[in-house]
Design a protein around this ligand. Sequence first.
Ligand code: ATP
Ligand code: MG
Length: 231
Amino acid sequence: MSIKAENIKYIYSEGTPFRTVALDNISIEVKEGDFLGIIGHTGSGKSTLIQLFNGLEKPTEGKIIVDEITVGEDKKLLSKVRQTVGLVFQYPEYQLFEETVAKDVAFGPMNLKLPQDEIDKRVRESLELVGFNFNKIKDASPFDLSGGQKRRVAIAGVLAMKPNYLVLDEPTAGLDPAGRNDLFEKIKTLHKKANVTVILVSHSMEDIAKLVNRVIVLYKGKIHMEGTPKE
Ligand code: ATP
Ligand code: MG
């Protein structure tokens, strides 16, 4: 099982003066169990790339294959891809819209039409996995939380879908060093305990070097380097 990107090209606003080649000839494979970092300057294409991974966007050229499903080939399988590749956005507040934390985390499993007791179980488990006390947090309004807490609720919402891959776009943006370390500890535990393959996007190598075991460096939409953090 893996996510494969084969000769991906992604162009924004094709046919207009604002045409931007965001990704150019990208081929990578993310294998189950990986802890992959994707780094690069602002505008290098990181967010665009991971949005292709879960079918949110379609590549202009090339193929994305998620656990054997070629994304976009069969529209009926798109929701399966979304569930398999859990994406936490760069701005997670876009993922929070219900009046309580518990409802927000339940949103995904409800869409999967799971039985209510399974939904309740997943909501509790996911919130605990990201380090919340379930009873304390469940009725809180997501809008009253701090940036780091909002991000953890968004991660819990994705985990409640039991994804094979957890993709986090700049998860430490807006956090202080203590908040960042705390979140990274939680992600490390998730990788081990929830047995989930993690893809972490960051603008800086320093930020993620201690966490990931493989890094891809994007530069202007191309793969500039690939290797271990040490390399
Ligand atoms: P950052 O570190 O700032 O989040 P990034 O590496 O995630 O940057 P992307 O957001 O993937 O970069 O953007 C890649 C390129 O595509 C940039 O040149 C950007 O201007 C362009 N781009 C991104 N989103 C759009 C859009 N919705 N419409 C047009 N161009 C876009
Ligand atoms: Mg981005």
